[in-house]
Design a protein around this ligand. Structure first.
Ligand code: NAP
Length: 516
């Protein structure tokens, strides 16, 4: 069995005691153990800040871009073995594993290109110089300089590869060292990816540290130039937001949390059309991909009453075809949820939602899973519910069941009703809108934009090109208002804001031109 150590101060370090067991969610076999007990996390933060920070800041954007490209290549060379690790600790099908691992290398590569394009600079100019005096000599210019601190990345269990490296890509391009902390339950993949990078010898000293297990007292050691980028539940997010480092020492924090993402079908979407099939395809993908354990997965499906039965039947038919099991071969379309706790929470969540909804397909009964011994593994069926009265429901709009479960919400087809239902989610990462009627879409847009970080607008002419809403792109903002955490990640160079300080420089235009 593998022992996962942490990588701190450029050395592999083991915590004290047996620690927590990581299991294969299909077989329940223990695959590794890890603990951070007794590790000196203050020393780790100090080392990253004082060794990794200067090393990264000394590189130009082009050089940081080359580093990201080399990291993507090193990881890609081990892709097949990493896919197996993902399956055996995260329960992913091959497609789900690729979504996570290729998402990581793809984001590294995208930020590598941004670095290349920024060239020999080491910090960013923000806007143009502005004349401040009576002549042209005295000017003001905003700049964004890398923060001389450490970025602590705390990630959720569902994306041990992408979640880790989409954050690292942005921090490294900005010139900021990272201590990354994967969720303990699925840390095996992250640990191996960091090990690959350490063994490759391409990382500047101190630039990347890995904390494999609990965060311990790490946040106690953070100060005003440090940052915490957190992805996980709203409850943990609330705890971190109230931590003394944030409240008393102004450590920056970015939170990506729960989200009751929506799909909204407009009144003009007709069964059988390309747009209809696009909606069905995307919803089925969101329910089953990564066994519904995706922050961007659709949880609420708003459908005009007139076609609610048609959509219910179409989705039930597709979901009924999905083979659930240990994803050892390609016949398995959906693996288990990641942990025993997840299985418990998902089943309890479905039962709670059933106070306001009926089961169309799936539910909480044990699943006959392929390639496992009967009764073994954390399996749950793809589940579609139908709200009895979406407008008056409360739980359906509040409880994120983080598994393969989504709820149909019939409504009258009006903009106002769709807008009200969207607002009940209190802030989402992404919603998708399927409609051709431009005035209807225009009416919904202010509601959709107010409550979402991203809105996928699917219509007839782009139905064959629309990317699944669950797919987060490096050049587009990821995050959402309200209960989604209010955070922003990625979005190309927008992502660097979190890792840099904006300063207005006011002085002699000639001097500034020379320095900038
Ligand atoms: P979680 O229980 O909140 O844990 C997330 C991370 O926080 C883990 O690394 C966990 O470490 C750590 N953590 C827990 N308590 C902490 C504390 N007091 N101090 C410092 N770190 C702490 O969430 P999860 O169950 O892993 O993930 C599922 C949730 O994440 C879902 O609600 C989902 O919506 C959300 N999510 C959001 C996004 C997004 O981008 N918005 C993406 C993915 C997931 P341990 O594992 O060691 O406890």
């Amino acid at each position: 069995m593998q022992r996962l150590q942490s990588y701190l101060c450029d050395t592999w370090q083991d915590g004290q005691g047996e620690g927590r067991a990581l299991v294969n969610p299909s077989t329940e076999a223990v695959v590794a153990t890890t603990t951070t007990r007794g590790l000196d996390l203050g020393a780790a933060a100090h080392y990253a800040r004082t060794v990794g920070g200067p090393a990264l800041r000394a590189l130009t954007f082009a050089e940081r871009g080359s580093l990201l490209k080399a990291m993507a290549r090193a990881i890609y060379e081990h892709r097949e073995a990493l896919l197996d690790l993902s399956r055996d600790n995260n329960g992913t099908t091959r497609g789900d594993g690729k979504f996570d691992i290729d998402g990581a290398t793809g984001t590294l590569a995208a930020y590598a290109r941004l670095g290349r394009d920024l060239g020999e600079r080491t910090f960013l100019l923000d806007g143009e110089a502005e004349k401040l005096g009576s002549g042209a000599r005295y000017v003001g210019q905003h700049v964004r300089m890398p923060r001389p601190g450490v970025a602590v990345h705390i990630n959720a269990f569902n994306f041990p590869a992408w979640g880790t490296f989409e954050k690292i890509a942005v921090a490294f391009l900005a010139g900021v060292p990272v201590i990354t902390k994967p969720a303990t339950a699925t840390a095996h993949l992250t640990w191996r990816m960091v090990q690959i990078l350490v063994e490759s010898g391409i990382l500047p000293a101190g630039s990347l540290s890995l904390l494999c297990g609990s965060a311990g007292d790490l946040l106690d050691h953070l100060g005003p130039q440090d940052g915490v980028a957190f992805t996980g539940s709203a409850d943990t997010g609330a705890v971190l937001r109230g931590h003394a480092c944030v409240v008393e020492r102004s450590t920056r924090i970015n939170i990506e949390a729960d989200s009751l993402n929506s799909a909204v079908l407009g009144p003009d979407v007709v069964p059988g059309t390309d747009l209809w099939h696009c909606a069905v395809r995307n919803i089925v993908k969101d329910i089953t991909q990564k066994t519904g354990q995706k922050c961007t997965a659709v949880r609420r499906i708003m459908v005009p009453e007139a076609v609610a039965d048609d959509l219910s039947s179409a989705l039930a038919e597709e979901l009924g075809r999905v083979q659930v099991g240990y994803p050892v071969d390609r016949s398995v379309g959906m693996g288990p949820v990641a942990t025993a706790a997840q299985l418990r929470d998902v089943r309890a969540g479905i039962e709670a939602l059933c106070e306001e909804a009926d089961v169309v397909v799936g539910g909480t009964a044990p699943v006959q899973a392929a390639h496992t011994e009967s009764g073994t593994g954390f399996f749950v069926a793809p589940t579609l519910l139908r709200a009895r009265d979406a407008a008056s429901a409360t739980r359906l709009h509040e409880l994120e069941v983080f598994g393969p479960c989504s709820t149909l919400m019939p409504y009258d087809g009006s903009v106002d009703a769709a807008g009200d239902l969207l607002a009940k989610g209190q802030g989402m990462l992404v919603s998708s809108v399927y409609a051709d009627d431009r005035s209807w879409v225009g009416g919904l847009l202010p509601h959709a934009a107010a409550w979402n970080g991203r809105v996928v607008m699917a219509s007839k002419k782009v139905a064959d090109q629309v990317l699944p809403p669950g797919m987060v792109l490096p050049n587009q903002m990821h995050g959402g208002p309200g209960r989604a955490g209010g955070g922003e990640e990625l979005g190309g160079l927008r992502g660097l804001e979190f890792y840099t300080n904006r300063t207005a420089l006011q002085g002699d235009a000639g001097v500034l031109r020379k320095l900038l």
